[in-house]
Structure formats: C-alpha cells, structure tokens
Design a protein around this ligand. Structure first.
Ligand SMILES: [Zn+2]
Length: 856
C-alpha cells in the first residue's frame, strides 16, 4: 500500500523545499534584492532517474491513492545532493514486439518501437535525455524526453534555483537580471493522452530526432536558450489497444483535478517540476485543425490577462505554420476563442491538461489534428487512406510544436515575466485584473470571468472534523498539487471560528492560489450564462470529498503555523477495553476498514441505522484498522444486535470509473453485462448486483433470466442512473417511477438527507450529478433516503419541452431504498456518487447500500 516511491519522494521533497524557502523568503521585505538567491536542493525538482524507481505496481498505487489518507504521499526522504546535469540518459527497457498494436495499421510508431528509438537517439546525441516518470495503469513505462543543449551540473543547479525563485520569491526573480537573461525557457509537449489519437507521439518523435541531429547554428542557439520536454505518449495502454481511455477505463484528460490515475499523476509531476512557460496537448480529430485558446466560460481562477495575450498570438502563429505545410486540409485552423460561441469549447474545469497546467504557470493549448483515423474510420477506410491521413496529422503536430517553440523563443522574456507576475499576484493576494474589451481581438464582456479569493481555507482536526480520513486525504492531495498547506501549532480563531492545534491552513496568499481555490471553492451555476458546456462544469473538493473545511473570507489570519509536509490519518479507538466498538460508515475509508476487518474474519454486525459493530474481542484488529485507514471507532451504544455482515461479493454491470472506485474500497467485484449473463454466469457466492451500465434485463435470454431471478430471490440490488432505473422497472423491484433529467446536466447539488438506513443523516449535504434521475410515485414500503435541493455549481437547464430541469428535480427523491415484493433489498441512486472517482465523500453511500442490500 505505498505509492511509487520516487514520485512520492520527489513531490514531497518539492513541497518541503518550496515551503521552506517560502518561509525564509517571507522573513525578508519583498522587493529587497538578495545578495544570493536562496539555494534549493537540486534534486527536488528533477524527475528522478534510474531503472528501479517504479518498483511498486502502478495499479496498486493508484488504488491506494484513490482513497487512502496516508498513501498518496510518503514522508519526505532526505534529499540527495546528487548534482546531475544534462543529458540524463537512461537505457530504457525494450518491450517485445506486439503485432496487435493498433498504431501499426496507421504506419505510426507502435509503443514497443518508442524505447528503441529513444535509446538510439540518446546514443547519437547529447541533446536528448529520456527518463521514465511513471507507469500506466497496466504497468507500461511513461517516458519523459528532454531536448536541450548539454549542461554541466552547476548550470543545471542554477536553472533549478531560478525556477524555484520564480515561484517562491517572484519579486526577487523579477529583479534578477541574470535570471531574465539566462533562464532556459521550458516548453512541454504532451502526446497521445487519448490513446486512439495517436499522432502527438509521432510528431514529437520526429521533431526530437530533427532537433537531436540538426547541425545548424539556429538549432544550436535555440537549445542553449530552451528546454523542450516531451511526454511522448501519456497513454501507452490506449495507444496499443486503440482506446481513448487508459487500462482502468479512465479518460486521463478529465482526471487532472482528481489524480486518480498514474498517467495523470505522472504529468502532474512534469507540470510542477518543469514549470513550463508554454504547453501543448496534442489530440485529434476535429476535421479542421483546432487550436486553443478556448471559448468562455473561462476558468474564474486564472490570471487570464497574462494567459490570453500569449495564447492568442501563439495560436495565430500555429495556424500560420500549418497553412504553410501546403496540405489542402490544413489551410486554416479553428481557434475556439476566435471562431466558436461561448460554451462550445470552454476552459472552465481544471480537468484538462492545458487548463491544469495554466495554474502552474503555463500558457496551455489543446491542439486537435484534423483527419480522423480512429473509431469507424479505423475499421472502414483503406489502409493507404488511413496512412495518408496520419501522415498529414503528424505534419500538423510537428508544425504546431515548432511554431510554439518559436513563439516561446521570440517572446521569452515576456513569458518569463508573466509567469513571475502570476505567482507574484498570488503571494501578494492581489485581486485579478479587469480585462478591457478588445484586449486581444474579440475579447468582450462574455469573456470576463473572475472570482474573489477568500483569505484562507481551514481543514480542522478534532471534534469539528467530520472525517479524519477525508481531512488527511484532502491535505495530501493539495500538497501533491504543489499547494502550500500549513499546520497550526497553537489553537487559533479566524473568521469567528475557533480551530484546535494541528488544524491545516491553506492561506491563499500563495503562488498557486488559483489551483487551490479552483479545488476548494464551490464554483458557480453557469446555466443562465451559456446554452451548454463541453464537459463537467461543477466539482468541489471542499463540498464533495468528505472533509469539513472552513472558510476565512477576509480579515486577519492570526495563526502560528509550520509548513505541512504530509497529513497523517488521525484515526482512533475511543472506547475502553472490553466494550464493543462502533464504526459509522461515512467515508470510503470507513468501508475499507470494514472490508479489511471482514477479510480478517472479524464477526461484524450491521445495525438498522447503518452502524457497524465490532466485538470487543477484535479490539487489536480495530486499532490496526484505525491506524491504517484513519477511521474512528467509538464505544457501541446500547442497541439492537444487528445483522451478521460478511464480506460482500458484488456482480457489477458498471462503468470503468465505478469498478475502480468499488475496488478501491476493498470490495470483491466481478464485472458482468448482458453478454456475460447470457453466456451463463455462476451466481454462487454473489451477494449484491450493481447495475449502472451494460445490463438490460429484457435483453437476457431465458436461461440467463431464470438464473438472475433465482439470485434476486436471495441477493440485493444497487442501481444508478437511467440504466439502473430501467433494470429496476423491468425486474419489477421497487414501485417507483424514474424521471430522467436533462442528459448533459451536471454539477454539485444540495440535498436533504433522511434517516433511512443507506444514506443516513450524517451524509454530506451535497452530491454530484450527471444526467440526474429522480423518483416519483414512490409506493408503499419504499424509503426516500435523500431529496434534491438546488444546483450550487455546474450547468443544468431544462429540455426544450421544459422538462428535466433543476426546478422539476427540486424536492424530488434522489435516492430510494426498499425491499422488493420478490424479497430483493434494493437501493436506487439518481446521483453520481462514484463519478470518475472524484466525489470521494459520497463513496460511503454506495458502500452502505451494498452492506444493507446484502443483509436483507
Ligand atoms: Zn483527445
């Protein structure tokens, strides 16, 4: 249960070094020029090295990180003083040839061909460094290639110091003439994050080779002034299989605020460690090449003035470069900011790589190459046509990278100064700038988004904390994202609230306040502003991750504190020896503890109120679980004995993210579908069927239906969404009518929780929805567990006929439970408690549904 040790060490050390330096820097008066820049250990920002640093399987780390309070970050290791310059050449391990790699048909480089090519280039050129920065969900190496002129170790150390100074003491950096003259401009190119959008990899490889072998003075000069980082393929699993998602079924380009997947954690380390001035995320396929900047709504936490002036000009430069390729299909580009309507291609959520990178100081662009070669085209077009298209796409990738690198080189000083300015505003706590109309061509009132930053957020410990496991998880998540968090060493009062010693403070006077606030603020209801959104438009780690978080809106922050490096899970057992113990399942970590105790053979009982009772005889094991998962056991109050609980086995017709979330809670899950059941499925040992995707009762053949009906007479059912509601109706389980909300509606909604056995009164007062469903006509014997309130953040309009909107949902049942006439304990969710592994504070509702239905 430990994360990739080198990643952990690197991130933890980065955080340690930056907060230490920040603390030192704050002692000085801003604006005082230092005699010497504050040194930062060289090893803290590099990407690690050596062949054995991914010793732990990425999937284990991912599952652990999905929930564990203590596992995402390990204690900071002593930073090595290894002084390494460039190149940093690693002999990459070579994978066996895989003739099934879907790249091959397109004439592109299969995954197994990348390492040999990079090994060869490293042998031929001292400008190329290849490193492994993580592993995919299925365990394949993720490569980072750095192209730059060779550096002595002391030169690299100086670059590292300058990079740290830009973030940690920007007012010094702005006055450091040597820095402004000598800092090598970092540019980052991410390729192939969607596995079936292949050419970002191939365009990168071609340009790497050209830069490595060019002999002209211009290239020589460029590489003395620039470092170009390439994450050559961000999704090896998808590249090989021809899928958009990674091996866990996740879209990595939606995971950057959540970091549930090893691929997004790997590029997070690049965004933080390289601190790029400019980054491109190379995708496909939009018919016409698409180059961001995006339409409104713009993320309201950006310093958007600093972004758009470069993003617009850089996009125009890329458009010119693809026109000069001479292909008829590349004569122009779509630039959403310039060419699309608000909401058609927005940069609102920080779930996309470039939007995430913006908070780390990058001018980020998604680039979509034009010509489709995936999905239907892959199977239907002749090979020659596919290869012609892919060749054009590779040209577009190379041209856009070249143009972006040229823009960076030509505007190097302005880009460095603007990154410094972004971090300086954060430290200073200055308001965002009002941007005038016409600031760049087309900038108007529809583009004006901003927020008011509170002074601080406080994550309390002690009795005021709803879930110690959730609190530790949130703190460690923020730290892993280079957000500075401090720990109070004395009690303090802020915003009228008293907080105990040990509480965590996120002071928004910090360089990455935009990212901190994007994660912790509520967001807003965008429904009145734009007709639709590109993807999700609401999220909130504060409202959905299960931890109590206070807000200090303004005023003084009188707190004695030290930098936090890692939050330890603060679980405990407060009952006396000899007393039975009670655990309230209010977080996924509580479910992990329950499942672990069941695995250890402890005789747990489930009370009608959802409390799990642990016998006094298992006290030692409970103490172990409290430490491991950060959960709280209290003395079991007098009450009914409850029903014996055994470790539930779930048959699950669910989406990949839900499967991942269920397994991260320690459930034993067997994936099923209509096809699996029709082929003959053994229901022996299965306790609960979960249905949200891929299973239609009426499409089962007679034998499969008979077998399923046999199961329904003894097992439980948990469903979610429209597919689940249809299953409920067709299997004649609970007597309710499901109503589908608008399909693209999504966001954070308030709820009123009842006192039913599943959701319970202690559940969070907010949920996440996507394609929300509610239940009317609730028949006898059905308990309304939860009702919808109002949308806090997101986008939720009614359908054109006036149905399916927020107003229709308000007050309606969002979760119901009951025992069906045929005896099946059944829970129906209209919400999205496991969506993309994000709303971690809602996982407990699913766990409780599983335990409750398993024991009916
Ligand atoms: Zn894509």
């Amino acid at each position: 249960m430990t994360a990739d040790p080198s990643t952990v060490r690197r991130l933890a050390a980065t955080v340690l070094a930056s907060v230490t330096i920040a603390a030192l820097a704050l002692v000085a008066t801003p604006g005082t020029a230092p005699a010497e820049p504050v040194p930062r250990p060289v090893s803290t920002r590099d990407f690690g090295n050596g062949p054995d640093r991914n010793a732990v399987a990425a999937t284990d780390a991912g599952l652990a990180a999905a929930l564990g309070a203590s596992v995402e970050e390990a204690p900071p290791a002593a930073s090595s003083d290894r002084a390494e310059g460039y190149p940093r050449q690693t002999r990459l391990r070579v994978y066996p040839d895989n003739p099934a790699d879907r790249s091959i048909k397109l004439g592109l480089t299969p995954y197994h061909g990348i390492a040999p090519k990079l090994n060869d280039l490293q042998a031929r050129s001292n400008r190329v460094s290849a490193e492994v920065i993580g592993r995919s969900a299925l365990g394949r190496d993720l490569y980072l290639v750095t192209v730059t002129a060779p550096e002595r170790a002391d030169e690299t150390r100086r670059q590292d110091r300058w990079r740290a100074l830009i973030e940690d003491a920007p007012w010094w950096a702005a006055r450091d003439r040597e820095l402004l003259a000598g800092y090598k401009a970092p540019v980052w190119i991410n390729g192939n994050i969607h596995g079936d959008e292949w050419e970002g990899t191939d365009g990168s490889l071609r340009l790497i080779e050209k830069l490595a072998t060019a002999t002209d003075a211009g290239t020589e000069r460029l590489l003395r002034r620039t470092r170009i980082y390439f994450t050559v393929t961000n999704n090896p699993d998808g590249r090989i299989a021809g899928t958009r998602a990674n091996g866990n079924g996740f879209d990595i380009n939606r995971d950057h605020a959540t970091s549930s997947q090893p691929e997004s954690r790997a590029v997070r380390s690049v965004a933080i460690g390289a601190q790029p001035l400019v980054m491109l995320d190379e995708h496909g396929y939009t018919g016409t090449t698409l180059i961001e900047p995006s339409t409104a709504p713009h993320g309201q936490n950006y310093e958007y003035d600093l972004y758009i002036r470069h993003a617009y000009a850089n996009a125009i430069g890329m458009e010119k470069a693809i026109a000069e390729l001479g292909h008829p299909e590349t004569q122009r580009a779509d630039i959403p900011f310039r060419d699309y309507a608000p909401g058609d291609w927005d940069d609102w959520p920080p779930i996309f790589t470039p939007m995430y990178a913006m908070y780390h100081g990058a001018v980020g662009h998604t680039v979509e190459v034009p010509l489709q070669v995936n999905r239907g085209a892959y199977d239907s077009l002749p090979v020659e046509e596919l290869r012609r298209r892919s060749a054009v796409n590779v040209d577009v990738v190379e041209a856009t990278i070249r143009a972006a690198v040229s823009y960076t080189d030509a505007n190097r000083t302005a880009l460095i100064r603007d990154q410094i300015e972004q971090f300086r505003r954060g430290w200073a706590g200055e308001p965002q700038r009002q941007i005038p109309d016409g600031y760049v061509p087309g900038f108007g009132p529809e583009d004006r988004y901003s927020t008011t930053f509170p002074r601080a957020y406080v994550i309390p410990v002690g009795p005021g904390q709803r879930s110690p496991a959730a609190a530790a998880r949130l703190v460690n998540h923020l730290l892993a994202h280079d957000v500075r968090v401090r720990r109070a060493v004395l009690p303090f009062t802020a915003g009228g609230v008293r907080y105990p010693t040990g509480s965590y403070v996120v002071d928004l006077h910090q360089p990455k306040r935009g990212l901190a606030n994007a994660m912790l603020e509520a967001g807003r209801d965008l429904s009145p502003l734009v007709p639709q959104m590109y993807d999700i438009s609401g999220w909130s780690h504060r409202l959905l991750w299960g931890a109590s978080v206070g807000i200090v809106a303004n005023g003084p922050l009188p707190v004695f504190s030290v930098p936090a490096h890692r939050a330890l899970p603060a679980g405990d057992v407060s009952a006396r020896p000899g007393q039975d113990l009670a655990l309230t399942v209010s977080d996924g970590a509580d479910a992990q503890a329950v499942n672990a105790l069941l695995d250890q053979g402890v005789a747990l009982r489930l009370r009608p109120d959802g409390t799990v009772v642990v016998p006094a005889s298992a006290r030692a094991l409970a103490i172990g679980a409290a430490r491991r998962f950060g959960v709280r056991f209290t003395a079991a109050p007098p009450g009914p004995a409850g029903t014996a609980l055994r470790r539930p086995v779930i048959a699950a017709a669910v989406a990949g993210d839900e499967l991942f979330a269920l397994r991260s809670m320690g459930f034993d899950v067997r994936p099923v579908s209509t096809a699996v059941l029709n082929a003959g499925f053994d229901w022996a040992g299965v306790d609960v069927l979960m249905v949200s995707a891929g299973l239609v009762y009426s499409a089962l053949n007679p034998a499969a239906r008979t077998a399923l009906d046999g199961f329904l007479a003894r097992g439980g059912v948990v469903t979610r969404g429209n597919t689940g509601a249809r299953f409920n109706a067709e299997a004649a389980l609970l007597p309710v009518t499901a109503v589908a909300g608008r399909g693209d509606a999504n966001g954070v909604v308030t709820v009123a929780n009842g006192t039913g056995p599943v959701v319970g009164a202690g559940a969070l007062p907010h949920v996440f929805v996507y394609s929300p469903v509610w239940f009317t006509g609730v028949g006898a014997g059905v308990t309304v567990e939860q009702r919808y309130g109002t949308l806090v953040a997101g986008h939720w309009l009614p359908n054109e006929d006036g149905t399916g909107g927020q107003e229709q949902a308000a007050g309606q049942a969002s979760v119901v439970s009951g025992v069906a006439a045929r005896g099946t304990g059944t829970v129906l969710f209209g919400t999205e408690p496991l969506f993309r592994a994000h709303p971690k504070g809602l996982y407990a509702q699913v766990a409780r549904a599983v335990y409750w239905t398993a024991t009916r």
